[in-house]
Design a protein. Structure first.
Length: 230
């Protein structure tokens, strides 16, 4: 199945700042050069590390401002590390004609793909035929049976979030977002059906969720629940 991937576009809200972290898998040449995913960044906030959340080794980089696209930044990274994480702050994205053109191209490609599938299953009402064409098999389906629940806990007291899901070869990644922000971050070690943490007072108001996936390419996202720390 053909799928076009888009990066989230960030609205420009007066007084609002977004904290962004981009994961980059380094090419075999050990040189990565591309535009950052978002516009209007604060150059002084750009950092590159080998680990998430400003962990691991700090990596040097070069930042370039295109003469005809002053709101964009191109970054060049040269390192032997397999993966790096680029963090920065931005006030939001610039809407460009290029964005509209990309959407139009993706819609056209999607329509063409749907038409091909429609032609292949013409005259067949078999659910098996449809699922086979869509790449859907019983083992690829993930169903969340029990969603995580909101928690209220005293500071420095252990608390657990749980999720129950059906499916095979399930992988879990618990995430959080700070109050007023939009960037989801992974909990280090939060890769099982139960997330156990000991929050400090600064965690109050965090939103928690769990992202599930499997080796068959399926994914599911839990409901978002708040953590209240007293």
């Amino acid at each position: 199945m053909i799928r076009t991937n888009f990066h989230d576009r960030l609205n420009r809200i007066p007084g609002n700042t977004y904290a962004i972290e981009e994961k980059v898998v380094m090419p075999e040449t050990h040189i990565y050069e591309a535009y950052l995913q978002h516009d209007n960044i604060d150059d002084d906030t750009v950092e590159v590390y080998t680990g998430k959340n400003l962990t691991g080794d700090r990596i040097g980089y070069t930042l370039i401002t295109p003469s005809d696209l002053s709101w964009k930044r191109q970054i060049r990274i040269e390192t032997n590390a397999d993966t790096v994480y680029i963090t920065y702050e931005t006030i939001g994205d610039q809407v460009e004609a290029e964005d509209i053109n990309e959407i139009h191209t993706a819609i056209t490609a999607t329509q063409n793909a749907v038409t091909r599938v429609e032609e292949e299953i013409t005259g067949s009402v078999s659910g098996y035929t449809w699922n086979r064409l869509m790449g859907i098999t019983p083992e690829s389906i993930i169903e969340i049976v029990t969603q995580p629940e909101s928690k209220t806990v005293a500071a420095n007291t252990e608390v657990a979030f749980d999720i129950v899901a059906s499916g095979t070869d399930l992988e879990y990644q618990w995430q959080y977002v700070e109050p007023g922000e939009s960037q989801w971050r992974d909990f280090t070690g939060g890769t099982t059906a139960t997330l156990t943490v000991t929050p400090t007072a600064s965690w109050n108001g965090r939103l928690i969720r769990c992202v599930l996936s499997n080796v068959h390419g399926a994914s599911a996202v839990s409901t978002t629940v708040p953590l209240t720390v007293t």
